[in-house]
Design a protein around this ligand. Structure first.
Ligand code: GN1
Ligand code: MG
Length: 363
């Protein structure tokens, strides 16, 4: 790997020599390395090198154009705020397409801490604030200039249609094993797809959204525990505000990890939901329409079913999308999300009540 990273670093004209390399294993799609250079004055400077998964992102140049537009916009609107800084090659491009067709980008490493989960309500609320603020700050950004980097990324209806057509085809003979999971998804199919149908028909406003709001996509200050910047801008596209809220609580309010094999540990924590809602709604309330506020809980259920369907679809079609740590990883992930969805469904009324409570306490 060293040779490749060294070559990529030279393309981006990074000064000095590579001092250390650490693989960052967090994401499920792209490959990320923290590469530290020793500079000519012996000081160390770190960068993140990322190889984009071009099976998932078919048009990586479009991603980089989107990111460039969004970060340029944020930098000029909020000059004192930390934004991501991507390096450019000799040709003035913020990416490098290697002869072997691998696609690379380099961004300054920001000294910070991220949370894969947290029991600290303050951190959860701050995560909600960070994602809410991100959306609000982009509310006057013209979303029509953005490429749809993954078409229908959060179109739950289409995701479910795709799953069921693959279930009918059963290309790897794995469907019999997951009949129980498929039956549950079939029983909630319409309920989960409803918001995406309303979005398509224009009933729900189109906003510029992040679309991958896991809490580890917010960098926090090590000392103050304040959010510094929102990262992973690969899927910024026009979308539904509530789905950013939903994807975040799906992750942060799970009592277990996203791929917990023992589903008896998986529940939806209503107090964590409250903390996140307080942060997110506090930042977005003025801008949101009633239909958006009233759909927060449905969105939470929908996106959890959607992700379960994506994991299950990847499993029954032979695991080509998400990176696996072991053979049945996608099945384990799907079961975990389904257990979470069942718990959200059970707690639906309580969650609605929490949303109104958060809103009332604001006013
Ligand atoms: C993928 O690679 P990562 O962790 O940023 C996926 C998200 C899923 C997530 C589940 C482009 O995100 O949609 O919610 O895994 N990103 C893409 O962990 O498909
Ligand atoms: Mg991502």
């Amino acid at each position: 790997m060293y040779l490749v990273l060294n070559m990529v670093g030279r393309k981006f004209r990074l000064p000095g020599e590579i001092y250390s390399v650490d693989a960052i294993t967090m994401g499920n799609i792209n490959s990320t390395y923290k590469v530290t250079y020793m500079q000519s004055d012996n000081s160390l400077k770190s960068y993140l090198f990322q190889r984009i998964n071009t099976h998932v992102f078919k048009n990586p140049v479009e991603i980089m154009e989107n990111i460039d537009r969004v970060t340029t916009f944020l930098r000029s609107k909020y000059p004192n705020q930390v934004t991501l800084h991507f390096h450019h090659t000799d040709e003035g491009l913020n990416y490098y397409l290697c002869e072997d067709h691998t696609f690379w980008r380099v961004v300054n490493y920001i000294d910070s801490v991220t949370f894969n989960s947290s029991d600290d309500a303050g951190v959860i609320e701050a995560t909600g604030k960070a994602f809410g603020r991100f959306q609000t700050q982009l509310s006057d950004f013209d979303g029509s200039v953005l490429y749809e980097t993954i078409p229908d990324f959060h179109n739950t209806k289409k995701r479910l249609d795709t799953l069921f057509s693959h279930v009918a085809e059963d290309p790897c003979g794995r469907v019999a094993e997951v009949q129980k999971e498929i039956d549950y998804i079939a029983s909630v199919r319409q309920k989960a797809a409803e918001l995406s149908v309303q979005f398509d028909s224009g009933e729900i406003p189109k906003r510029v959204t992040h679309n991958d709001t896991k809490c580890n996509n917010v960098l926090f200050d090590r000392v103050t525990k304040e959010p510094i910047v929102v990262i992973d801008l690969d899927t910024i596209m026009p979308g539904m505000s509530m789905y950013d809220f939903a994807d975040a609580v799906r992750f942060v309010a799970n009592t277990a990890v996203e791929d917990e094999p023992d589903t008896s540990k998986v529940f939806f924590d209503t107090e964590k939901f409250r903390a996140f809602a307080r942060g997110f709604i506090g930042e977005t309330y003025e801008a949101l329409e009633p239909i958006e506020i009233s759909s927060l809980v449905r969105a939470t259920f929908s996106i959890t079913i959607e992700l379960a369907a994506r994991f299950l679809d990847d499993y029954i079609t032979g695991d080509h999308y998400f990176r696996l740590a072991y053979p049945k990883h996608n099945l384990v992930r799907a079961r975990c999300q389904l257990k979470l969805a069942e718990d959200i469904e059970r707690k639906w009324d309580e969650l609605e009540w929490i949303v109104s409570d958060v809103i009332n306490n604001k006013q």
